[in-house]
Write a protein that binds this ligand. Structure first.
Ligand SMILES: *Cc1c(COP(=O)(O)O)cnc(C)c1O
Length: 385
């Protein structure tokens, strides 16, 4: 593995080099195959190197790769239209990562607070939240491991427990500009905001004149069995952020806002690579694939099947609850160390993830087959026994 010593060691990586992927399978340089139930952290919604993305990349690369964000381009306009129409919101700003989309959401909310709410700037966020790794999105996150890092923190974030509407009501003051949360906290271990909480928040934020900001970077683009997680609760946010599955594996994220809230003026927001035709062309191809029936119905079916099988396995082995929706699922372990299970799974050629020492997370390709789910469960059972 010549050269890896020059890769900045920001995470612990196993001593293998990944060289190719197809669908639910990833292969390393020694030809070992891995059944992938992580998929780049819920990114590769159509699996590894799907034809849809290869073809969109090849066709757009032959036409126009980059013209700078100073100009409109056709895929940018098409994807903005698809996202706006599907979300019921009006304006879309494309960027390169989830953190950048959330950073933009925070800036947009503060700008709106300056213009419309007497300089209000505080954002109420939740304990356990994960919003990204820039200075502001780390401060917005409620991840305990972030607390001692990179002082001084960006200010202006007030934290409340998830699913506690009274706590949110008490935290909103004249300084508050909005409430920001994930419909399901992914990195915290797949912890859902309840539908009643989301509906209560929608009413509360409207009554108090502040914004509802939903981070759907992990839950969006079909992951929960609906195009957007907020559809389950029947609410619509004022600001929405997307990432991960939106590009299906290429770096693409989006900040989406209602017309009333979309108040950036020229110079407030931008970025060199944002909305490039090459990347937004992939976004269009992914978006159209996910929206084409019966894609989402199949995600719901696969998710129900995986959840039921995980529940059965858990009750056989004396483990805990299965949480989540669609193909964003977690199994709570009542004994043993989830990291040890992840290592054992890796040794057997299965990729799963442990967001917490007592939780295993499953986020396969949305196109995962029943046979692949069965294979995963067999390998998992071997590791848990
Ligand atoms: C992954 C994630 C982010 C950060 O996205 P990046 O592309 O890694 O910057 C933000 N919010 C949620 C909910 C995520 O899952």
């Amino acid at each position: 593995m010549h050269g890896v010593e020059h890769v900045m060691p920001v995470t612990r990586r196993p001593p293998v080099v990944m060289v190719e992927g197809e669908g639910s399978w990833l292969r390393d340089g020694d030809g070992r195959a891995y059944l992938d139930f992580v998929q780049g952290w819920a990114v590769n919604c159509l699996g590894h190197s799907p034809a849809v993305i290869r073809e969109a990349l090849a066709a757009q690369a032959a036409r126009l790769i980059n013209c700078s964000p100073a100009f409109y381009n056709a895929p940018m306009a098409r994807l903005a239209t698809l996202v706006a129409e599907a979300s019921g919101l009006d304006h879309v700003f494309f960027c390169n990562s989830g953190a950048e989309a959330n950073e933009g959401a925070i800036k947009l909310a503060r700008k709106w607070g300056q213009l419309r709410r007497g300089g209000a700037f505080e954002i109420v966020t939740t304990h356990g939240a994960f919003h990204g790794r820039t200075l502001a999105t780390m401060a917005a996150s409620g991840k305990p491991a972030f607390e001692p890092l990179f002082e001084p923190k960006a200010t202006g974030f007030v934290k409340v427990p998830l699913n506690d509407l009274d706590a949110v009501a008490a935290a909103i003051t004249e300084r508050t500009v909005g409430v920001m949360l994930e419909p399901i906290q992914g990195e915290a271990g797949v912890v859902p905001a309840t539908d009643e909480f989301l509906r209560g928040l929608r009413d509360l934020t409207r009554e108090r004149g502040v914004l509802l900001i939903l981070d759907e970077i992990q839950t969006g683009i079909g992951r929960t069995g609906r195009l957007f997680g907020f559809e389950h609760a029947g609410v619509r946010p004022d600001i929405l952020t997307l990432g991960k599955g939106l590009g299906g594996g290429v770096p693409l994220a989006a900040l989406v806002a209602s017309g009333e809230v979309s108040c950036f003026e020229p110079g407030d927001q931008g970025g060199t690579f944002n909305g490039s035709p090459l990347i937004t062309a992939v976004g269009c191809a992914v978006f159209e694939a996910v929206r084409r029936p019966p894609f989402l119905a199949a995600v719901r079916e696969s998710g129900d099947y995986l959840a039921a099988r995980l529940r059965a396995l858990s009750s056989d082995l004396g483990h805990g609850e299965v949480r989540g929706r669609g193909l964003l699922l977690a199994l709570a372990l009542t004994h043993g160390d989830a990291d040890v299970v992840v290592q054992a799974a890796f040794a057997r050629g299965l990729l799963i993830n442990a967001p917490r020492p007592d939780t295993l997370r499953f986020m396969p390709a949305l196109t995962v087959s029943r046979d692949e789910i069965d294979q995963m469960l067999k390998l998992l059972e071997g590791c848990l026994r």
